[in-house]
Design a binder for this molecule. Structure first.
Ligand code: CUA
Length: 295
């Protein structure tokens, strides 16, 4: 479009430029027939585009409103900048990975704790806004097993582009096993390094517990960051931008801001004075051992 318009413009400028000895050209202001034509033609084009667009938008939103009642229900809560998934019936809270059974309707309740985000799994459904204090709903169904990529689709601050998630669609039996495993409390580790990490996790020193919940731990009940009860069972972390490996965990704990700028991984996220965790290498190794024990 740009090239065609610019080429036509350049041609007209050069071909019809003012030459020596030219008189003032004929004045043709107010050509009624031309003006009617260039008003009606674009209007017709816009109407032709609008009709199928509007029909599709309504189809996406309403057709048919949850096809079955009583399907699985998941609460999706947006945070700057990660997604939380709650399965209220199973008392499971997780992050970054939305597990669903294949071939079944899943009803989603969408909410946000801070700003407006947008929930989008391009291969499964259209975008729906996630608005603080106003619950939106949608439903999805994956007909093929596998991982489906998801992304926040509404600019929501510094790390909007790093706010991703994955839908893991699996056969019903696998899903039930997963849900069952997620509903169990975490076990305190016995392996010495992991035990050291656990103690650090709930210490005032590192105060990870102030923001993160570990089910089964009396102390770690923080609600600011992701629930880490079964952290090691997830394939990705940090807004689903990093694979859950030892190297990536080290990178994240050394300098979270370099991975996801603006995130709240600080010694004290509530006052947010020091955006660095200032953990020592041995402390990081112990925390990694602990996190990897949370199967
Ligand atoms: Cu959340 Cu963009």
């Amino acid at each position: 479009m740009f090239v065609v318009v610019m080429a036509a413009l350049l041609y007209a400028v050069i071909r019809y430029r003012r030459r020596l000895g030219d008189d003032i050209p004929e004045q043709i202001h107010g050509n009624t027939r031309l003006e009617i034509a260039w008003s009606i033609a674009p209007a017709l084009i816009l109407i032709a585009v609008a009709i199928p667009t509007v029909i599709t938008i309504f189809d996406n939103a309403n057709s048919p409103l949850p096809p079955e009642k009583g399907g699985l229900e998941v609460e999706v809560i947006a945070h700057q900048w990660w997604f939380e998934f709650r399965y209220p019936e199973a008392n499971v809270v997780t992050a970054n990975e939305l597990h669903i059974p294949v071939g079944e309707v899943v009803n989603l309740k969408l909410d946000s704790v801070d700003v407006i985000h947008s929930f989008w799994i391009p291969k499964l459904a259209g975008k729906v806004d996630m608005i603080p204090n106003s619950q939106n709903t949608m439903w999805i169904q994956a007909d093929q097993p596998g991982d489906y990529y998801g992304q926040c689709a509404e600019f929501c601050g510094e790390s909007h582009a790093n706010m991703k998630f994955r839908v893991v669609a699996e056969p019903l039996e696998d899903f039930d096993n997963w849900l069952q495993a997620q509903s169990v409390d975490a076990v305190e580790p016995v392996e010495p390094l992991a035990k050291q990490g656990h103690d650090l996790f709930i210490s005032r020193e590192a105060s990870c517990f102030a923001c993160h919940t570990i089910s089964g731990s009396r102390r770690a009940q923080g609600q600011v960051g992701p629930n880490l009860t079964h952290f090691a069972s997830r394939q990705h972390f940090a807004g689903s931008i990093l694979e859950n490996t030892q190297d990536n965990l080290r990178k994240w704990l050394q300098d979270p801001q370099s991975v996801k700028p603006g995130n709240l991984m600080a010694r004290d996220a509530t006052i947010y004075t020091d955006p660095n965790l200032t953990l020592t290498e041995p402390e990081i190794s112990a925390l990694i051992a602990y996190l990897q024990s949370l199967k």
